[in-house]
Every structure is written in C-alpha cells, then in structure tokens.
Ligand binder design. Structure first.
Ligand SMILES: Nc1ncnc2c1ncn2[C@@H]1O[C@H](COP(=O)(O)OP(=O)(O)OP(=O)(O)O)[C@@H](O)[C@H]1O
Ligand SMILES: [Mg+2]
Length: 168
C-alpha cells in the first residue's frame, strides 16, 4: 500500500500522468472516494499523458466513454448503477478484452467482475491539512501484474509519496 499526497487538482493530474509510462494494455484502475474527491481529475491527467486530445469529462450520464491515445482508454462511472446486472450491461467483459486501459470510478461494485490484477486507488480528503485542496491517494496494487510494478510505482511517485511513519 502506497500513500501519495497532493495539494491541488493539478498535482493529482500530475500523479496520474506519472503513472502513464507504467500502464499496459488491459490494465484496470479502480477509483473510489467521495463526490468531488478527484477521481475524474486523476483520469484526466492520465488521459493527457496518454496523448488523448479530447477533454475527459465525467461519463456519469453515459456510463462509459472511450478515447484514443497511445493506448485506448475506457472511462467508466458506475455511480448511478444500483445493481451489478446493469454494470454487466456495459459489456465489461468486452471492454476488458480490448487491450485498452480501463478506469472505473465508483468501481467497488464491479470488483467481483474484475480480473485478478488491478490498481486500486482510494482518494481521501487530507484530514490533517488546513487546505481544502489536499488529497491523499491510497494506492494498492492488486495481483502479480501490479505487485511486480510496485518499485516502479514508488519511483514514479517519489515526489508525492508519504513516508510510512508520517501522519496524513
Ligand atoms: N488535490 C486535489 N485533487 C483533485 N481534485 C481537487 C484537488 N483539490 C481540489 N480539487 C477539486 O476537487 C474537484 C474534483 O472533481 P472530480 O470531478 O475530479 O471528482 P470526482 O471524484 O470525479 O467526483 P464524482 O464523484 O462527482 O465523479 C475539482 O473541482 C477539483 O478542482
Ligand atoms: Mg468523477
């Protein structure tokens, strides 16, 4: 488990951009955190780094949006889905086969349908900070594919990582 701190929306986008060199076709990134935590901001940063020129917005009303870049990006927001059947209607298995990068907001409900490897990111408001713009990203590599990238993740995020002993 890694903890990364940002103090602005741009910093959250930079954290996401720093992940870009490490993403591979078929990767799944699961984002959770309260309304306005910065999940979409994270996806925006990753999209720009992937060379996607279209502006990524919240797909809440469309549930899924796809973008072409160095890798294709599927951006899903399952916030409004109240049951798993609806999630499956999104053709999730098909998207997972697509060798694209898949970012899923509010994705905890789809965990049972995910491959064994995914990167779990929980975004929290930095509660020890006085500033409203502070966020702590709790990042958990799940499965061998992501666990084997742990060291690279640490290096990529060295500027933002909170040390094990530090409070946040
Ligand atoms: N450190 C930060 N990281 C990310 N966003 C921040 C940060 N500080 C402030 N913000 C602001 O918080 C908001 C995050 O919005 P965003 O749409 O990314 O959240 P979200 O988690 O996707 O919300 P939703 O649950 O509605 O989809 C933006 O208005 C952004 O400017
Ligand atoms: Mg969002």
């Amino acid at each position: 488990m890694l903890h990364v701190r940002t103090r602005s929306v741009d910093a959250t986008r930079q954290v996401a951009a720093a992940l870009e060199p490490l993403v591979r076709p078929g990767d799944v990134i699961l984002l959770s955190g309260d309304l306005g935590a910065g999940k979409t901001a994270f996806v925006q940063g990753l999209a720009v780094a992937l060379g996607i020129q279209e502006r990524v917005t919240s797909p809440t009303f469309t549930l899924a949006a796809s973008y072409e870049g160095r890798l294709r990006l599927h951006h899903l927001d399952v916030y409004r889905l109240d049951n798993l059947a609806e999630v499956l209607d999104l053709d999730l298995p098909e998207l997972l086969e697509d060798r694209a990068v898949i970012c899923i907001e509010w994705g905890e409900v789809v965990v049972p349908e995910l491959p064994r490897d995914f990167l779990r990111i929980r975004i929290q408001l930095g509660h020890l900070e006085e500033i409203d713009d502070a966020r702590v990203l709790e990042i958990e590599p799940i499965g061998p594919s992501w666990v084997s990238r742990n060291q690279q993740l640490n290096l990529a995020w060295a500027d933002w990582v909170i040390s094990e002993t530090e409070d946040f």
